[in-house]
Design a protein around this ligand. Structure first.
Ligand code: CP
Ligand code: NVA
Length: 307
């Protein structure tokens, strides 16, 4: 379906679905919004965003609300448990109804198929606020944070350590779009999405997969990890045992470039995927990442809403 102007809405569903120049434009705009701070203009005055959560959230929820309000727009916060969708109303009908009330819809869901269905039936832009398979808004904030510290990310090296999860997939797609080298160290039991790897390599991205964290971090300017047990994972014990050798600690950080930064999308578990010394130490930029969610999402909203 298309919108009232007969155009397909500008959905933000995955990094691989957006062309590289658009992603760059969104990040440039995000930087401008950050520089403008509270004096930013209000390009989304009179527009409204619905935020639907099927899973918990702290950052995504608050940063989207403040991002939208900061641009002059309104938000409607919805939990799927309190919607008719929780009692069996179809995703398609929900999409068609919400499209009559609001100008964009963000969904955090436990099933990517629901996001795709929402986008198929909505006549307004749909934004991926995390699925079990990807988290594109987060990786936009992460690339922005990397570039604040180290300049343009193209041609630079990043290491992903641990679970080949939804964040790993978005990093892989980002490597394909932004043209950086990505070394992933994942246990053989928790490898990242093979389709995303093939896709990013076909874009020319230099992506290496190894079981060895020490090999992955050599000469990288950024080390990234994430929780060992994501929302919806039910095999916590197994994950802890296969990921035990994948903790980002001080010794591992010393094997990266001397000016390497440490990133984590949060929430974090100190003593599991990362030591307290690293996440609370001088190389950590985790709260800058969290802050940049605001501006990256302002860039995404401004693009999606065509302003
Ligand atoms: N990083 C992130 O998406 O955090 P929340 O789950 O708190 O939204
Ligand atoms: N991989 C984590 C990211 C949380 C923001 C999860 O899906 O729970």
């Amino acid at each position: 379906e298309s919108d009232a102007r007969g155009e397909t809405p500008r959905h933000f569903l995955d990094i691989a679905m957006i062309e590289a120049p658009v992603l760059r434009r969104i990040l440039d705009q995000a930087v401008r919004f950050k520089r403008a701070g509270r004096s930013a203009s209000r390009p989304l005055a009179g527009r409204a965003l619905a935020l639907i959560f099927e899973k918990p959230s702290t950052r995504t929820r608050v940063s989207f609300e403040m991002a939208m309000r900061g641009l002059g727009g309104d938000v409607v916060m919805l939990s799927s448990r309190e919607m008719q969708i929780g009692r069996g109303e179809t995703v398609g009908d929900t999409a068609r109804v919400l499209s009559r009330y609001v100008d964009a819809i963000m969904l955090r869901t436990d099933r990517e198929s629901k996001l795709r269905e929402l986008a198929r039936h909505a006549t307004v832009p749909v934004i991926n606020g995390l699925t079990e398979r990807s988290h594109p808004c987060q990786v936009m904030a992460d690339v922005m944070t990397f570039e604040e510290r180290h300049g343009p990310i193209a041609g630079q090296r990043v290491a992903w350590i641990g679970d080949g999860n939804n964040m790993a997939k978005s990093w892989i797609e980002a490597a394909g779009r932004f043209g950086f080298t990505l070394n992933l160290a994942c246990p053989p039991e928790l490898l990242p999405d093979a389709t995303a790897l093939d896709w990013a390599r076909a874009q020319g991205a230099d992506i290496r997969l190894t079981p060895d964290p020490l090999e992955a971090v050599a000469a990288v300017r950024c080390v990234v990890t994430d929780t060992w047990v994501s929302m919806g994972d039910e095999d916590a014990e197994h994950r802890h045992s296969v990921l035990a050798g994948y903790q980002v600690d001080e010794a591992l950080m010393r094997r990266a470039a001397p000016d390497a930064i440490f990133m984590h999308c949060l929430p974090a578990h100190r003593g599991e995927e990362v030591t307290e010394g690293v996440i609370d130490g001088p190389q950590s930029v985790v709260f800058d990442e969290a802050e940049n969610r605001l501006f990256a999402q302002q860039g995404i909203l401004a693009w999606a809403l065509g302003s």
